[in-house]
Structures are given as C-alpha cells and as structure tokens.
Design a protein around this ligand. Sequence first.
Ligand code: PYC
Length: 413
Amino acid sequence: MPWRLLKIGLRGAHKEPRFFPEPADLRDSYDVVIIGGGGHGLACAYYLATRHGIRNVAVLEQGYIGGGNTGRNTTIVRSNYLTPDGVRFYDASVRMFQRLSQELDINLFYSTRGHYTLAHSDEAMRTMRWRAEVNRHLDVDSQVVDRDAVGRGIPGLDLDCGGSQPVMGALYHAPGAVVRHDAVAWGYARAATNNGVEVHQKTRVTGMQVENGRVCGVATDRGNIRCGAVVSMVAGSTPRITEMAGLSTPIEIFPLQACVTEPVKPFLDTIVVSGSLHVYVSQSSRGELVMGASVDPAVLHSTRSSFEFVEGLADRIVDLFPFTARLRINRQWAGMSDMTPDFAPIMGTTPVSGFYLDAGWGTWGFKATPISGSTMADTVANNRNHELIEPFRFDRFADFQLVGEKGAASVGH
Ligand code: PYC
C-alpha cells in the first residue's frame, strides 16, 4: 500500500498539498536540460536525480505535463516484440512498471490483463509463432493459442468477425497490462521534484546553442539557459528540435487516433488486438472501451481527431464485438507519432557532444516510459549508450543496422 495513502488515512485530516511545486523562475544554468515533460522526460529526470545524483536538472515542457503522447495513448504495456533487442528492452520496462506504484508512492492502477494479438491468416499465424519463439527464448511469457482457446479467453468475440476475416488463432501474452497513463506522468513529476528537479511547464524551447560541436545552452520563450547537456524527449516536435542541433533523422510525423465509448458493464478483462482489422481494444476500470486504429495515412503535425477515424474503427470493432453497435463514442483524440523506417526508436548519444536523443517511438512510446527514462539517465550520466539502447543508436541508419520491429506493431501501418 502506498505510504502516503496510509498516512492520510490514519491522520484523519485530508487536506492535500499541491501535487508538486512549480518553480517560479528559470535559473541561468543547469547541468542538464530535458526538453519534453512527458513520461520519458520526467522519468529521465527522476532517475538522473535518484540513481546518479544529478539534481541540477530542468524539465522544459511547452504545454502541461503529460499533455502530449503520454496522455494520448491507449495505456497498453507489453513486451511481446519481434526482435531480441526489442523484447529485452520492453521486458525490462514491464518489470519496472510492475513495481512502479510502490516506487513512486502513487496508485497507477497497473492492471495485468493478458494480451491477445489475433491472427486471421496463415501468414499472421507464422508471425505469431515467430514472436512466441523469440519471446520464450528470452523468458517472456507468450504462446500461440488456437481458435477455440481464443473463443474461451475472449467472451463476446465473434470468431468469424462478421464473416470477413475469421480468427485462426492468436499470440497470447500473459503479462500484457494497462496502467493509468496520466498518473505515470504525475508520479514521475512529483518524485523528480521531491529530489530537486525543476519542472517548468508552458516553457517552449526556441533555439539551441552549439559551439565547436558541443551543446552549451538552449533559448526558450522565457529566456536563455546555459547547460552541460540537453536531452530531447519529445514526440511530434522531434524534427524541430533536432534541426536546432543541426541534425536530421529519418523521422516522419503521423497522427495516431483513439477514442473511448460510454461505460458498459465489465465484459472484457483482456486486451485484444487485430492487426488485420487495424484495431485494439481494452475495457477501462470505469467500463469504457478504449480503442484505437493504425496511424493516419499521411504525414501531419496535428492532434485533431476525425469523423473518418471513428467511422472506420466502429465498422471493424462491430465485426469483432457485434453488441458494440449500440454504443456511443464519448471522446476521441489524436497523438503525434514519430515514425522511423524500421519501427524502432532512436536513442542515446548523437554526433553533437552533450546532445542526447530519445525519439522515434512510433506507436509504442508509452510502454517504454520507465526503461527509456532509466537507460537515458544512465547514458547521460556516463556519456555512452546504455547496453539496452545500443541497438537503437542514432547512426544505425547510416550503418544499415536496422532493428526491424514492424511485425510487432499492434496494427498494420
Ligand atoms: O504497441 O501495444 C501497442 C499499441 C497499442 C496502440 C498503439 N500501439
């Protein structure tokens, strides 16, 4: 049980302090400036302070914390990836997530549900078998299950999908989970500020100072800051920031949309993904169906959500769960996904000394929050890539060392 909750319960007085203090002014200099107050940036700040004793850190967020992709995803956590590099990395993340409520002393409502990736063709079954082999080799609990087992595991699912794409089987990943995404950002923000980090919201980075190949400061809309290191941990703004450092990456930005229905009685206690139908769905603790699709078809820097998205998604969700035809959609939104050519992130040191990059998360950045924060903090503290992120290094495209995770995407792109 989180200690703070216990203390408040026993005290009887329920006045709560501000969740975390907001510093008034920017200082002239910091050891490390982190651009982006989403889960990754806040986690990195927290681990810099707690594991490496680097506390003179500012997190600069142009909006409000968790207002970007951290609060715009469908909260899924899993490690059933395709490449050994991806599986090792996300397995470490799942393990950190499982302990995170205790560590941050906040109830993140982490809920292990099990995760089905449905296969509707022989080719998809082959990919599921491949993923299961790689996962099990690395001690990650994934197995291929047949059509009957899918039917038993997901009551209410039409195994024939309205006759369009009958289910043949699935990859079942028992550790698959959901977790309250905004609380992850708040938890890291509070824990980081308790350890001396400053989190500055509504502070936009407008420029970067690089001298003799080394970063030495950033300009913001609230003034200039000198610093020893800059870590870019943004989504949707990566090209804008890398350009300031004089770098370019193969990242392109595509919107990824999602929505929730009105609440209904609990019927779905697992996470269901269909790559062929381009949908994923889980039921929140409030009873809403949380659903999403693949990225939008064209490059766009926007968080607008569209009628076309809901129309297309609803059509396919009804094939899976016919009773949902009667449900209303309560909310819809979009995030901006940094897509790389090999569907793997770009992490670590860069050709500009003191400038570190955490980007290219595509459609799966949220689930990497703890491991990305901790490995990036280690990388910054030691100025060399942590071994778990070395496969995702900045120059892998120039070296033709791609990671090739497309087969593990929840939905086709
Ligand atoms: O990778 O699990 C995933 C995911 C779900 C929604 C988008 N990506």
